[in-house]
Design a protein around this ligand. Structure first.
Ligand SMILES: [Zn+2]
Length: 120
C-alpha cells in the first residue's frame, strides 16, 4: 500500500501519530514531560546561538558556520538545541545553547520564540 502515493502519506502520518500516542501514554505512566514541536520547524537551518536562519543545507553537510555570528555548529547538536528551544525548554547553555553570552535582547527574542512555538 505504501507504493500507492496517495495512501503512503496517510499511512506514514498514521504511523507517526500512533508512535506519538504510544509516547504520550508512556510519558503519562512514568510522569515524564512530553512536548511535540511542529514537523515543519526548521531546526537544522537555524543558528542556535543567534537565531539566524541560514537556509536549507544538503544532508551531506554535517558541520556549518553561521554567516551572521560565526558560530560553528555540528548539524545534529545544533538541531537538538533548537528542538529544546522550540519545545519551550530554553534552559540551555546561555539560554540559547551558544558559546556566546546571552544579551538581554537575545534572551527576550528567545523567550518570544519559545512562547510563540506551538507545543502540545
Ligand atoms: Zn549565528
Amino acid at each position: 500500500m505504501v507504493k500507492n502515493r496517495k495512501l503512503s502519506r496517510a499511512i506514514s502520518d498514521l504511523g507517526w501519530r500512533q508512535f506519538q500516542t504510544l509516547l504520550e501514554g508512556k510519558a503519562e505512566k512514568y510522569g515524564r514531560d512530553l512536548r511535540v514541536i511542529s514537523r515543519w520547524e526548521p531546526t537544522s537551518q537555524i543558528c542556535s546561538s543567534c537565531g539566524f536562519k541560514g537556509g536549507k543545507l544538503d544532508l551531506s553537510i554535517r558541520e556549518w558556520e553561521c554567516l551572521n555570528c560565526g558560530s560553528k555548529h555540528d548539524r545534529d547538536e545544533n538541531a537538538a538545541i533548537n528542538i529544546l528551544v522550540a519545545g519551550g525548554q530554553s534552559e540551555t547553555k546561555n539560554g540559547h545553547g551558544g558559546k556566546h553570552k546571552t544579551t538581554a535582547k537575545v534572551a527576550a527574542a528567545c523567550e518570544m520564540s519559545t512562547h510563540r512555538g506551538a507545543t502540545a
